[in-house]
Design a protein around this ligand. Structure first.
Ligand SMILES: Cc1cc2nc3c(=O)[nH]c(=O)nc-3n(C[C@H](O)[C@H](O)[C@H](O)COP(=O)(O)OP(=O)(O)OC[C@H]3O[C@@H](n4cnc5c(N)ncnc54)[C@H](O)[C@@H]3O)c2cc1C
Length: 404
């Protein structure tokens, strides 16, 4: 049994950001990682993956992009190297290939059980990632047995799929990028589209993220925005230099349909909601661009010139065998998962109850949660705020305990 002040679980960018802030504050800690550093960027991204945020927007505490293409978009491998450089820059105390199997409260803190021994710690920071488990709808179980099904995290490249057409379910960043790649590889692709976010890659001569950063959109907090905004779908953008919005995909021959509503005897049924979801995305797009116009001092104009995503209502159903569909790809999002957490801090849906990453259990923290506090928490860039806040809280908590 080893004893340490703080255990951080997970060595993705969020765990490393906390580690850097704890190092700066002189807090003794270890980062326990079940795989390798930045494991999900190594094993849960497809081959052609590029980040959709520009390179400069991967700012971490004490670390910025240092390559020669700040406005470019890193591949997954490049991002892994960016993280390796970060960890090396402050000698992050990462213990890799070690899986946490249980965390429970004991006198004075927590017992952290791993497959390579136990730790006791006054504090635990959970940084195991929001994208731990793919959200696959229950109707997946009703699909024909011979049909290949995989999630966007398991997808690698078109050649890895069985022959035939592909039904991609979900039209956020992953879904549209995968649909685009498959179509360009000559596959017949149907894309089931639900609520989505449309943004132009560039606006008024700048990358859209430059504007979102400038107008403070990424800094809006969970308290300022309605609950619905906390689950914003990732934007239909790619870092590969191609438009992947619905109109562009339709032009390339992707069949667009409404939300996947049901699976019945070898047929899938789509909701009649494509016009409504595209109109709602257009309305949100217009609001974003109008804010930018206001910031740029340009008044009404450019935003008003954005054309609606005119997409014709797609098919209401698909006979999978007749349509030659060989694969269904679920790009329907992710959720966190804490099967090893034996502390009563989860709500009925299995999500952590917290305020800015501070749970009700003293000394138990989390980072990397969606909209943890600011909108930017969804992106790599947002962890710097949450990591600094948690490290300050943790250090103050430690001081208070020592004084008591
Ligand atoms: C497909 C995709 C594309 C994305 N693109 C971008 C982008 O372009 N720009 C951007 O800013 N953001 C992007 N994101 C969002 C976000 O920044 C990433 O999801 C990010 O990797 C989350 O970082 P994290 O450190 O919170 O979690 P993760 O990177 O998931 O790290 C968690 C770590 O915890 C480890 N772990 C889990 N369970 C245990 C355990 N029991 N014991 C020990 N270790 C454990 C895992 O192995 C993992 O290494 C993308 C997300 C996805 C899914």
């Amino acid at each position: 049994m080893s004893s340490i002040h703080t255990v951080v679980i997970g060595a993705g960018h969020a765990g490393l950001a906390v580690s850097r802030c704890l190092t700066d504050r002189g807090v003794e800690h270890v980062v326990i990682e079940r795989g390798r550093l930045a494991e999900r960027w190594r094993s849960a991204r497809w081959e052609s993956f590029r980040m959709l945020t520009p390179n400069w927007l991967s700012r971490l505490p004490g670390w910025v992009y240092r390559g020669g293409a700040p406005d470019g978009f890193m591949t997954a491998g490049e991002f892994v190297r960016h993280m390796e450089g970060y960890a090396a820059s402050f000698a992050a105390p990462v213990l890799d290939q070690t899986t946490v199997t249980e965390v429970r409260a004991v006198a004075g803190g927590y017992l952290v059980r791993t497959d390579r021994g136990c730790w006791t710690a006054a504090n635990v920071v959970i940084a195991t990632g929001y994208h731990a488990r793919a959200r696959v709808p229950g109707c997946a179980a009703a699909l024909p047995v011979g049909l290949a099904q995989l999630t966007s995290a398991a997808y690698r490249e078109p050649a890895g799929l069985p022959a035939g057409g592909v039904l991609v379910v979900g039209a956020s960043a992953s879904g549209v990028q995968i649909a685009d790649e498959l179509r360009r590889a000559g596959r017949e692709v149907t894309l089931a589209v639900g609520r989505h976010t449309r943004l132009p890659r560039r606006y008024r001569g700048r990358d859209i993220f430059w504007w979102l950063d400038r107008v403070g959109s990424l800094d809006r907090t969970a308290d300022e925005l309605p609950e619905r905004a906390h689950a914003e779908p990732s934007p239909q953008l790619s870092g590969a230099g191609r438009a992947v919005d619905l109109a562009a995909l339709a032009r390339r021959g992707v069949t667009l349909a409404g939300r996947l509503a049901a699976v019945e005897r070898g047929r899938v049924r789509f909701a009649d909601d494509l016009p409504a979801t595209t109109a709602a995305a257009d309305a949100r797009l217009r609001r974003v661009l109008t804010t930018i116009d206001g910031y740029a001092g340009a008044g009404a104009g450019a935003a008003a010139m954005i054309r609606p995503a005119t997409v014709t209502p797609g098919p209401r159903g698909l006979d999978l065998e007749r349509a030659g569909i060989g694969t269904v790809i679920w790009a329907t999002g992710f959720r966190p998962s804490y099967p090893w957490l034996n502390v009563p801090v989860l709500d009925g849906a299995g999500l952590l109850r917290h305020r800015r990453g501070v749970t009700a259990a003293p000394g138990l923290y989390a980072i990397g949660l969606r909209f943890q506090h600011r909108r930017s928490a969804t992106y790599v860039d947002g962890a710097r705020h949450d990591a600094a806040f948690l490290a300050d809280h943790l250090a103050a908590h430690h001081l208070a305990c020592r004084r008591a």
